[in-house]
Write a protein that binds this ligand. Structure first.
Ligand code: PLP
Length: 369
């Protein structure tokens, strides 16, 4: 048996996209072309975004966005329970990182902890929509407004998630989504930046192109962070399929809930009320004192059965060797969650047999322990 944790399922689009890829290659116009513009415009239309900038990755969007908000060397509040890129992007801007804890049920940044962490030096907050579950946006917007702080959302997981009926995007100073192969909307590699601020959007368009306007008289120190035409063409094809993909992932999550919800010792992430998740990941929380085995033992058991899982996210950022100055801070919920959370296989295509097999093997391990 071989059940991977992730399947990008890009092979589904080979036939529908190959003609376009050949046309792009034959045109010799492989960057700065029409496909990138078309993808930006389609995303704006469907999600009702004011401005969208397609990039080479979510990480480059976070780095450049923070730079354009002039956060260089400033104090910034962020969760530690996230992927390294959230903190790395702030570190590329020499920001002073202030890690705070998350809410135990939603696994998103705790607004109360954000309030406690604010000092005179604080200039920004980063929220992460964990696994696609939106943060407490309303409360974070209020805190940012009351304290005159910039508000950034690392929306890497949340392309297509909804907050109170509205697609994620346009809530903070900016959001950035990831389109890498582990994400449900994949452009092979890529990132989508969105903001209501047209000036910021224009700056990002210059920044993704070395900071160089057409006359080469650079306005800012940018990067090469462009999305190519090939990536955008693949993105356009997959974007047409987004509703079906999100529905499929939600169906898998529903089946996991149904099969595992009665088990004492397994807990789930709570999706915020009036919100929907893309289920970029489906993660369970293992209570060792009840089950008699820990997360790592379950992961090894499943691996032996050919089922891959991931520790998203372990170690938490404040415990990483590269962030050694933060290793001694205490974030109890983050530390508990990252030791006990296990992400299970979930795909854009729904195969009931896969989800059922994973659940059956989890139940077997419980019965044998
Ligand atoms: C929370 C979070 N932020 C940022 C990123 C970086 O995205 P990218 O690989 O597109 O740069 C990821 C990637 O998985 C992520 O999980």
């Amino acid at each position: 048996m071989n059940i991977p944790i992730i399947k990008p399922n890009i092979d589904r689009y080979v036939d529908s996209v190959k003609g376009e890829l050949v046309r792009i290659l034959k045109s010799n116009m492989v960057t700065n072309g029409e496909k990138v513009k078309a993808l930006e415009s389609e995303i704006c239309k469907k999600f009702n975004f004011a401005n969208t900038v397609a990039l080479s990755s979510c990480t480059s969007g976070l780095i450049l966005g923070m730079k354009e908000l002039e956060l260089n060397s400033k104090e910034i509040i962020l969760p530690s329970f996230t992927f390294c890129a959230t903190a790395h992007a702030a570190s590329w801007n020499n920001c002073k990182l202030k890690f705070v804890d998350i809410e135990e049920d939603t696994l998103t940044i705790d607004p109360e902890k954000v309030k406690e962490a604010i000092t005179k030096e604080t200039k920004a907050i980063i929220g992460v929509h964990m696994y696609g579950n939106p943060c407490n946006i309303k409360e974070l917007v209020k805190i940012a407004n009351d304290n005159n702080l910039k508000l950034i959302f690392d929306a890497a997981h949340a392309f297509g998630s909804k907050y109170e009926g509205k697609y994620i995007g346009g809530f903070g100073d900016f959001e950035v989504f990831s389109c890498s192969p582990t994400k449900l909307f994949c452009t092979i590699e890529g990132g989508i930046f969105t903001t209501n601020n047209i000036e910021l959007s224009n700056k990002m368009k210059t920044s993704r192109n070395y900071g160089s306007p057409p006359d080469y008289n650079c306005e800012t120190i940018g990067l090469n962070a462009r999305m190519t035409e090939i990536n955008a063409a693949i993105g356009l094809e997959i974007f047409k399929d987004l509703d079906r993909i999100i529905e499929n992932r939600n169906q898998q999550a529903k089946l996991y809930f149904k099969e595992l919800k009665g088990i004492d010792g397994i807990k789930f992430q709570k999706i915020r009320e009036n919100c929907s998740s893309t289920y970029k990941d489906f993660s369970i929380f293992i209570e060792e004192d009840i089950l008699g085995f820990n997360r790592n033992s379950l992961a090894s058991y499943l691996q032996k059965k050919g089922i891959s899982t991931k520790y998203y996210f372990y170690p938490p950022i404040h415990k990483m060797q590269v962030y050694k100055d933060h290793n001694n801070i205490k974030l109890p919920i983050t530390e508990t969650m990252s030791k006990n959370v296990l992400s299970l296989p979930i795909y854009n295509e729904f195969d009931e047999n896969v989800t059922m097999t994973v659940c059956e093997e989890i139940k077997k391990h419980i019965n044998e322990s």
